[in-house]
Write a protein that binds this ligand. Sequence first.
Ligand code: G3P
Ligand code: MG
Length: 513
Amino acid sequence: MPAFEDSDFGVEKPTSAPTGRPQTPRTVEHLQRQIASGSPAKKELSNSYSHTLTVPSGEQEDGTETTIEVPASRSAVAETESLMHPLSISPSMKERRGSRNSFGTSLPIPRTKRQSRLSSVAGPDGRPTRPGMPPIQASRDIISAQLQDLASQKTGAAKDMAFAFDIDGVLVHGDRLIPEGKRVLEILNGDNELGIKIPHIFLTNGSGKIETKRCAQLSKILGSEISTQQFIQSHTPMSALAEYYQTVLVVGGENYQCREVAQTYGFKDIIVPNDIFAAQPTISPLKEFFTDEQRRTSNPRDFSKVKIDAILVFSDSRDYATDLQIIMDLLQSENGVLGTRAKDPVSQRIPIYFSQGDLLCPSEHPFPRMSQGTFRIALEAIYKQVTGVELERVVYGKPELATYKYADEVLASWMDTIHGEEKLPKNIYMIGDNPQSDIIGGNMYGWNTCLVRTGVYQGEGNDDENPANFGVFKNVLEAVQTALKKELGEDFKCEWSDAMNPVTGSHSVSAIE
Ligand code: G3P
Ligand code: MG
């Protein structure tokens, strides 16, 4: 597998190994001694405890106390910080490297153009559609082709720019449309003075459904057809892992739809936590219910005879207790066989991958909700506390370099689809709402970055730690219009008109500066 160099991240190599990583594998005896003497982190933290949490007063109006205030015997301050891999939590661009992974970690991505099994470009009648393009209007196509010929410099500039859109917090909030998102797609799909398709892809840390289903859902919300050929979810590049692992535990997603995602990616033997619970209910004593439907869709078998090669967290866990328990069992097992315990917890540990690392996600709720990153941090903390060993794991998704490299592949391929030229446009604009994911990743990859205030980021000026290099905008429409003006001229019109007929009309396209 290819390993990325530090220089890929634009950083200098630290002189010693990143703190928190085990320098040498620890023995089970060593771990048992640590566990017997208490948390390995206890000593480090004992001096820094401070008790600042107050409980509501139980005093009544007549001055009598209704509750007794018992002093906490442990700190109210979370113990996790000192346990975390430093790359997991540092919010500052100065202190972090635009990656949540250890130096030298490799993240395979599909090598070639997107494979046909991920794509769906057939219309409802089964005939191929023109992905990302409005329905065929012969006369308009002819006119716009003539216009593009006449305005060749501007047409060239339009094909030499592209947008990469974050989805949640930029175009939609969950299933709710952000209205400016709809208009933006109309403009880029041809409602502009040249009638030209301006290249754009979707680069989301969203997850949990197969690409065809998610594209169909988004096309409906946004009112423009979105093709799987221009669409990257957090787990999309993880299809490359199917070459490396035979049997995988796939975690997360509504109703374990991630099983279907893994099937689409070509994984051969896919297990989800419900399969294990159905075979062995005592594995998760905290699980409260297991519906008939869940039982019916589970594939129980004798897991003591199954060697699981890797754990893939594709989406948000719907049952933290069960998923964390089963993952912990597997991480401590001997080479991925449930019911065993590894003699060496490091060399016999199977790998674990996360499709993205966002802590928070905007949703219909007034405040952002927990995302996959919080699940990972919980797991890292539990793993470190129980075993004394730092959990090594791989995180895909923005701002990971592998995800941006994959975006280049997809963009070049999409250019081929819409303009018959498989090349990467020069001026790429990332539009996102999360400085710690969209913006830092785009900045480090040399893209223009636009931060919008419709999602996670609500600040006034630019973000202090990870400033967007092209600026901060009220919404996605403002960002796209500003970028179009920069590349195609101040007067570029974001509207098509049939009066633009170069033969009969009186119009001329705007001049490029
Ligand atoms: O963090 C969860 C995910 O839904 C974020 O998606 O589109 O903002 O990258 P997006
Ligand atoms: Mg977002």
